[in-house]
Design a protein around this ligand. Structure first.
Ligand SMILES: Cc1cc2nc3c(=O)[nH]c(=O)nc-3n(C[C@H](O)[C@H](O)[C@H](O)COP(=O)(O)OP(=O)(O)OC[C@H]3O[C@@H](n4cnc5c(N)ncnc54)[C@H](O)[C@@H]3O)c2cc1C
Length: 483
């Protein structure tokens, strides 16, 4: 399509979704500028030396099942632009007090290790692994009822399990090992495991381990967003950094504005325009009622060797879930949901330098770990996180050279989209999951036909996959940017 003079679209915020939106629009021949508040683009997908020189840490995202699987990223030449995925020998390790449970890419091999629950595991997860492509295409997207009978069948079979709480799915298992693995994956929801829909998180994370893998990016997560930014500029897009936008009135004229912002950020910058749109007052009222989820407290460790796990099998996987049994993890998440700080939190840990030597000086290592806390919590969780590592690696403290800590307020200061430290872009419970940020046929649109939301607060939600940006760009291209 022939370009007009001036800009077609401005994207505010250069996180993975802002970059994805920019690419989708530029690829359709539109003139696009991304304006980012921080000194570099990348949002929650950047890397930095947070502890000691030579130790490269992922500031936010570290492990990327949905990045690898993303139907949008897979259309882009990201490998040519410097992205290389690295997978471990296994996808996930979940140590228990006697031994570690290992989730491998191979479904039967993983099931075989679960003894009495081998069949129950395949019964629970196997269908989603088999139907993974349909789930990605039809379910990890804005809510809709598939027209194709096969896709509809998949959605119904998956939905019957996925809508249930993880506590209900766990009843299918008899062994602590299988129940614990399910709990760790379901706890990515940041909800109490007795809430509906936590089963969906358990199923999606387990199915993605077998169908796509849980890779890290060679050279740090920022290589993903560096590659996206390179693709965007290659397509003719412009990037401006270091310009935090307080009001849309500061933006250059364009036909569309796409906001890679949380609902709070959208209200801050766009209230004056939304208020005068038809239905704008109601829309703003609903945006203000948007509910955020728990926050996270994160630590990064510089280590003088690998974590000395009691069960060396844990060294096979880049991702480790720490928290013990289903009951212990459920109790920790219930505490957080109740607004309390857990004494023994569920901890998500990544050990990227075991698989990517570029992350630390020779022989040294890095670890990335966080736990859930109530939104905005000021509790220092660093010792509690290290104690959970110590439970399964008793001499880990002797290996620690330096610790960098980030409380929810630090995370929000780093990137204002993480309101109160909520890394999920909003509470992902059943009341809000399908209707975020506001119940609308097209969730990316707003009452102003020139304003769209493209952040992780829109479907399909959190994670580095670019799908929110891609779908928001499609909404703009079907609307105000059609010609
Ligand atoms: C600690 C942590 C761990 C995580 N771990 C993982 C993981 O392992 N795997 C995974 O897939 N995901 C993970 N995530 C989630 C993932 O990072 C996010 O879901 C993803 O980055 C969302 O992308 P986005 O583009 O919607 O928003 P963001 O990445 O938050 O980007 C928004 C951008 O907008 C900019 N911005 C905000 N306000 C303004 C303004 N007013 N003017 C200009 N610019 C503005 C911000 O600076 C930022 O660059 C993690 C997040 C955190 C914080």
């Amino acid at each position: 399509m022939a370009r007009r003079d001036g800009l077609d679209a401005v994207v505010v915020g250069g996180g993975p979704n802002g970059l994805a939106a920019g690419i989708a629009l530029a690829r359709a021949g539109r003139a696009v500028r991304i304006i980012e508040g921080a000194p570099t683009v990348g949002g929650g997908c950047r890397s930095a030396e947070l502890t000691l020189p030579g130790f490269l840490h992922d500031v936010c995202s570290a492990v990327h099942p949905l990045g690898r699987a993303s139907p949008f990223f897979s259309q882009l030449p990201l490998e040519r632009l410097g992205l290389r995925w690295i997978e471990g020998d296994a996808e996930l390790a979940h140590p228990l007090d006697d031994r570690a449970v290992i989730v491998e890419r191979n479904l039967p091999a993983t099931a075989a290790r679960l003894g009495d629950d081998a069949k129950a595991y395949v019964d629970l997860v196997g269908g989603a692994v088999r139907d993974w492509d349909v789930i990605l295409r039809e379910l990890i997207r804005p809510f809709h009822i598939p027209l194709d009978p096969h896709a509809l069948g998949v959605a119904m079979r998956f939905g019957l399990k996925a809508l249930r709480p993880a506590t209900a799915l766990a009843r299918r298992f008899r062994t602590p090992a299988a129940r614990a693995v399910l709990a760790g994956c379901a706890a990515h929801s940041m909800l109490s495991l007795s809430e509906p829909l936590t089963g969906a998180f358990g199923l999606i994370f387990l199915a993605s381990a077998h169908a796509a893998g849980w890779p890290i990016a060679a050279g740090g997560s920022e290589r993903i967003t560096d590659a996206l930014a390179a693709r965007f500029t290659e397509l003719g897009g412009e990037i401006v950094t270091g310009r935090s936008i307080r009001s849309l009135a500061e933006l250059p004229r364009s036909r569309a504005v796409l906001l890679d912002l949380s609902p709070t950020g959208v209200v801050d910058v766009a209230e004056h325009r939304l208020r005068v749109s038809r239905g704008g007052a109601t829309y703003l009222r609903r945006l203000r009622r948007f509910r955020y989820g728990p926050g996270v407290f994160k630590i990064d460790l510089a280590l003088d060797g690998p974590i000395p796990w009691r069960d060396p099998e844990v060294l096979r996987a880049p991702t480790v879930h720490l928290g013990g049994t289903f009951e212990e993890i459920a109790a920790a998440e219930a505490e957080v949901a109740g607004g309390r700080v857990p004494e023994r939190p569920f901890v998500l840990l990544a050990q990227p330098s075991l698989f990517d030597p570029s992350r630390a000086p020779a022989g040294r290592h890095t670890a990335w770990a966080y736990c859930h806390v109530p939104n905005g919590s000021t509790a220092d969780m660093s010792d509690r996180i290290i104690r959970q590592i110590e439970r399964f690696a008793p001499s880990v403290r002797d290996r620690i050279l330096a610790v960098a800590k980030r409380a929810p307020a630090d995370i929000e200061r780093y990137d204002p989209n993480y309101v109160g430290g909520d890394i999920g872009g909003g509470r992902a419970d059943i009341r809000q999951f399908f209707t975020r940020p506001v119940m609308r046929l097209d969730p990316y649109s707003t009452p102003d036909p020139g304003i769209f939301i493209c952040s992780a607060s829109t479907p399909p939600g959190a994670g580095v996959h670019g799908l929110c940006g891609w779908y928001a760009a499609r909404s703009a291209l079907d609307g105000v940017l059609r010609v």
